[in-house]
Design a protein. Structure first.
Length: 92
């Protein structure tokens, strides 16, 4: 009876435990999101949009400096609501 009880109890123990008893899952800490993430996204959007528009205007025959100035003006006119807010200051 005791010979049957030991393997049976070991089998039940293995079925009751999720995975290996000696292997612990590592807790992966995700990096904290930046408090200025919206500002960063808006700034990146503005830079990419202006670069693309400047490239389009240069391809159409406009000079690089004039094209950059026009692209900046068009962005400010078209996306006036999307001007990046100043970065938040950390509390001491």
């Amino acid at each position: 009876m005791l010979k049957r009880l030991a393997p049976l109890s070991c089998a039940l123990l293995l079925l009751a435990t999720p995975g290996c008893l000696f292997h612990r899952k590592k807790v992966v800490k995700e990096p904290k999101p930046s408090p200025n993430i919206s500002t960063e996204v808006e700034t990146q959007f503005e830079q990419r949009w202006e670069e693309k528009r400047t490239g389009d205007l240069v391809a159409a025959g406009m000079g690089p400096d004039a094209a950059k100035a026009q692209a900046e003006a068009e962005f400010k006119q078209k996306y006036a609501y999307a001007q990046p807010a100043p970065p938040k200051k950390k509390k001491k």
